[in-house]
Design a binder for this molecule. Sequence first.
Ligand SMILES: Cc1cc2nc3c(=O)[nH]c(=O)nc-3n(C[C@H](O)[C@H](O)[C@H](O)COP(=O)(O)OP(=O)(O)OC[C@H]3O[C@@H](n4cnc5c(N)ncnc54)[C@H](O)[C@@H]3O)c2cc1C
Length: 456
Amino acid sequence: MSLEAALRAALGDAHVLVDPELRAPYETDWTGRFTGKARCVVRPADTAQVAEVLRGCAAEGAPVVIQGGNTGLVGGGVPAGGEVLLSLARLGELEPVDRAAGAVTAGAGVRLAGLQAHARAAGLDFGVDLAARSAATVGGLVATTAGGIHVLRHGSMRSQVVGVEAVLADGTVLTRLAGLAKDNTGYDLSQLLTGSEGTLAVLTRVRLKLVPLAAHRAVALVGVAGTQQAQDLLAVARDRLRSLQAAEICYADGLALVREHNRLSAPFAEAYPAYAVLECAGGTDPTDDLLEALAEAPAVLDATVASDSAGRARLWAYRESLTEAVNAAAVDAGGVPVKLDVCVPAGALPEVVAALPETVAGVAPAARTIIWGHLNEANLHVNVLGAQERAEQVSEAVLRLVAAAHGSISSEHGVGRAKARWLSLSRSGAEIAVLRRIKQALDPAGLLNPGVLFAE
Ligand SMILES: Cc1cc2nc3c(=O)[nH]c(=O)nc-3n(C[C@H](O)[C@H](O)[C@H](O)COP(=O)(O)OP(=O)(O)OC[C@H]3O[C@@H](n4cnc5c(N)ncnc54)[C@H](O)[C@@H]3O)c2cc1C
């Protein structure tokens, strides 16, 4: 029996897609930059079916690419060519919230927005939030150790994961979902698989910690003179505001792009070189504290604050629509953006931001560099328009600049296929050798996500 026939027998005809038109939506990533043809797309419904798929692929030596919501930005969830594409979208089960433990178990295919709504209905919340919330899945978020806008307060996905269920390349199922507060019984496999980008196992269920639900929120959009001044503002906010949960930065060119794309009015009478978005949340209304902190911060050139839900969404739109606005601008210009997600030491942030446009211009003179990021973590999203033909050169130049500043070439999106060839800029030879030995131990035939993390 062929692999496709065995997969049909296991999952049913409707969930093994071989027709090119049916496969197509799975084969290109969110940015449009990474694309490849899958051998077929399979859509298992539960852990047992995932294990059957992997056993079948292992028997034939068929490589597998794993996909959740396909919002990853480094080409890790789309085929390079010829792999079986394993979609976890149907693993959408959400167990009841465990209030005693402050935790919940979610299927890998549960979308972030669904998880948030589920937690909030039980009077709790989920600690990670990001703009792709309507599509990004629990499996993808854990596999990439996603960060987002609340890392300052709650940490990244790594801090939320307390247990996982996963299937190894040979079909072995590992289940460790108790999520005990204390459990010192050897290597922590849940944390090993967190951030493994689908190279070690397929996550099928995850036990996640929940956080208190904040009844009140306030958001400020602040005009500042530059990166250093935004950091000065952040220092005041961190000192004064225990309710601070987000601190973001963007610049005049990005804000102009968002305004054009979303037809938004200018937030202030004057344009400023940089803008910070601060969000506070708590059991009591943080608006007055936020206003007082802004009044005491010399870096503030102008500020607007909103506490009602519509007003907060209006202010967040200037920052959260950047990814979509940049994509739309790239498509209008007949291309796709080159997107890089990097982290630098906080002290190096102003000089790296200042050096980026020139660094990019050095290899792609006609390109436009739009930067924004998570200010507290000094995590920059570097987006380059008009450089599609020079994508490799732009990536190399930016990642070398970051490495020279002792930063990381991937802050939250992962290494994927996009940055695999530059892994050695952030990890030593000895570290890469250990990573490869771990990969070899769990997936000896190298069937899971080949080309992701390690260049082939
Ligand atoms: C508008 C926008 C804003 C974003 N903002 C942020 C942000 O602020 N912070 C941030 O961190 N990211 C952000 N991202 C990136 C993206 O949303 C995250 O990387 C997210 O975690 C990807 O989830 P996904 O389900 O779409 O995964 P996919 O894109 O499907 O996959 C991502 C990686 O995880 C692997 N994978 C997926 N599911 C599984 C599984 N069940 N088991 C094992 N491996 C798996 C894939 O093979 C791939 O390597 C943003 C993306 C967009 C489009």
